[in-house]
Design a protein around this ligand. Structure first.
Ligand SMILES: [Zn+2]
Length: 565
């Protein structure tokens, strides 16, 4: 049985979220959102697999280790037993070639020209940089510095910081976050205080590469970055892992890096410019990039190590429209051996993060198979190397097994909240796509509500495995456990989150506990099941809302296809 919901008639229950951010919509926009029965989801599968995957035998599921291989093998077995078929042309896996690059022998970042004679900045303390190219030595020689404001090219917002520029051989100097990050509300060209993808460092480096820049340097500021220089320094030094680049993939810049705000002030002063004034100018529409009349140079050595990991893919082929795909995703990897706790335990077991999500993929596969194939194909994708920067999901999104324009959408699971049942779920990045309406219907069926993620300025939507799909235009939902617990309300829910953040997150104490209460997890799983099933029984192709940063990407890929969206 199906019911047709018109967008305009939907009362969005995202408590503090402005319903107007959803596409206003006409009757033409009516989505087909079928009602679906409850899934028969096995708690035993959920508990047993979480326990097994997070046991010490799996050594923290690091890609490229024995524990990583055991995880992939276990998933193949369980997907097969659940009744899935191998997803990748007869294979259960997609090989993900990874490369790890470690820089060393960093020369200072020296600046010449203007009043900059002899200006040299120390690696680590003043700046950090890495190469994304597999090359033994990176050299930046007298590369002209150009201040490009926020470094954004967003045609749908009528904004291009690179307008009329030729960046070939030059170094882009870029502000962090997006132009209206310091506003109070969510209104504005870049959604006010909420971070858009244009605010993330990943975007800024990608855009600089598209513009042909030799190098890109982001000016660090603690507030708009949402973390201090110590985080930049620690995460940008040491080994950096990436998916290996295909033959015809576009070249990245030679070097991507960050400079301290105080360093930027000195450089701008040597150029006879005022950084504060230019920051203000960069916030305004029509800002023009400024050549600083200075050149930057540095060099360093790179050691690279290539290795292979795997995404695991199972499919429950659709009966009516098997060429249309709905995704359930979760990352199977975690941090492996890590900094020991006081008791000497040095295995980051990742029980919550993300043995729970991985076990959930199997539990959902079993439940969907028990219910019988849906109209559309359901794909269960366990991705690798999330913890190293969404590498498995990025690789899939760039080398999709199922065409992205035939992929309807999906929902990602990363770290279930282990507590009793909650009245709500947390929606990260609400108001971005019409999948919100599927979520609305699924929550309504369970008598639950959505709470928008409380810190939109931190840009969490751009930090988990659904995101590489979004970036290629595929609508994806990202939901987190709720905090409004049936027993104890928000106070109890926030205490659970705080305990996890402070004592377990990314540490050796993220371990399985036999005393866990699984009732909230099972309720959340029912929601994920319903969402997948609704999308797989629907005839609709939900899209991003008008003006969203991923809308034009989806529209373009849909315009180029005969079947699919
Ligand atoms: Zn995770």
């Amino acid at each position: 049985m199906k019911r047709i919901l018109a967008v305009a008639t939907l009362a969005l229950s995202l408590a503090a979220c402005d319903a107007a951010v959803l596409s206003g919509g006409s009757e033409d926009d009516a989505l087909d959102i079928p009602e679906v029965a409850d899934g028969d989801i096995s708690q035993e599968t959920m508990v047993d697999l979480t326990r097994e995957l997070s046991s010490d035998e799996f050594e923290g599921r690091m890609p490229g280790t024995e524990g990583g291989r055991m995880t992939v093998d276990l998933l193949k077995t369980r997907f097969e037993e659940a009744g899935l078929e191998p997803g990748n042309n007869g294979s259960w896996v997609q090989d993900v070639p990874l490369v790890e690059i470690t820089g060393s022998d960093f020369a200072p970042l020296s600046i010449t020209g203007g009043d900059a004679s002899g200006m040299a900045f120390e690696y680590g303390k003043d700046w950090v940089g890495v190469s994304y190219r597999e090359t033994p030595r990176t050299r930046i020689n007298d590369s002209e510095l150009v201040f490009v404001g926020y470094g954004i090219n967003a045609p749908e917002r009528d904004w291009n910081d690179y307008e009329g520029l030729d960046m070939e051989g030059k170094t882009a100097v870029i502000l962090v976050n997006d132009p209206d990050f310091d506003s109070e509300d969510l209104e504005g060209t870049f959604n006010g205080k909420a971070m858009t993808y244009y605010g993330r460092w990943t975007y800024k480096f990608e855009e600089a590469a598209r513009q042909g820049a030799a190098a890109a340097l982001i000016i660090h500021e603690t507030e708009p970055a949402s973390y201090g220089w110590n985080v930049v320094e620690s995460s940008w030094s040491g080994p950096q892992a990436y998916p290996q680049r295909g033959e015809d993939a576009p070249a990245p810049t030679k070097m991507n890096g960050w400079i301290q705000n105080g360093v930027a002030e000195q450089i701008f002063e040597a150029a006879g410019k005022d950084l504060g004034e230019l920051k203000d100018a960069a916030k305004k529409q029509g800002f023009k990039a400024v050549a600083l009349g200075l050149d930057a140079s540095t060099s360093f050595e790179n050691e690279s190590r290539e290795y292979m990991s795997q995404n695991v893919i199972g499919i429950l082929p659709g009966t009516k429209r098997p060429g249309e795909y709905v995704l359930h995703t979760a990352h199977w990897d975690h941090l492996g051996r890590c900094k020991p706790a006081d008791d000497g335990d040095d295995i980051c077991n990742g029980a919550v993060d993300n043995a729970t999500g991985t076990a959930a993929l199997v539990a959902l596969a079993e439940a969907h198979a028990k219910a019988g194939a849906a109209d559309r194909s359901l794909v269960f994708l366990a991705v690798t190397a999330e913890e190293q920067g969404l590498l498995g999901s990025s690789y899939y999104a760039q080398n999709p097994v199922f065409p992205l324009d035939q992929t309807v959408g999906g929902v990602n699971m990363d770290a279930f909240t282990i507590a009793g049942p909650s009245r709500d779920v947390t929606v990260v990045g609400p108001g971005k796509s019409q999948l919100d309406e599927f979520l609305e219907a699924a929550l309504e069926a369970d008598g639950r509500v959505a709470t928008p993620n409380p810190s939109p300025e931190a840009g969490y939507y751009y930090r988990s495995d659904h995101f590489p799909f979004a970036k290629q235009g595929v609508p994806m939902l990202y939901i987190d456990g709720g905090e409004d617990l049936v027993e104890g309300g928000r106070e109890a829910g926030e205490a659970v989150s705080k305990d996890y953040r402070d004592n377990r997150y990314h540490g050796p104490k993220d371990e399985f506990d036999e005393n866990w209460d699984w009732s909230g997890v099972m309720a959340d799983l029912q929601l994920y099941y319903r969402l997948g099933r609704m999308m797989a029984m629907s005839t609709s192709w939900p899209n991003w809302v008008e003006g969203d940063e991923f809308r034009s990407i989806r529209d373009e890929s849909c315009a180029a296809t005969n079947e699919g969206c």
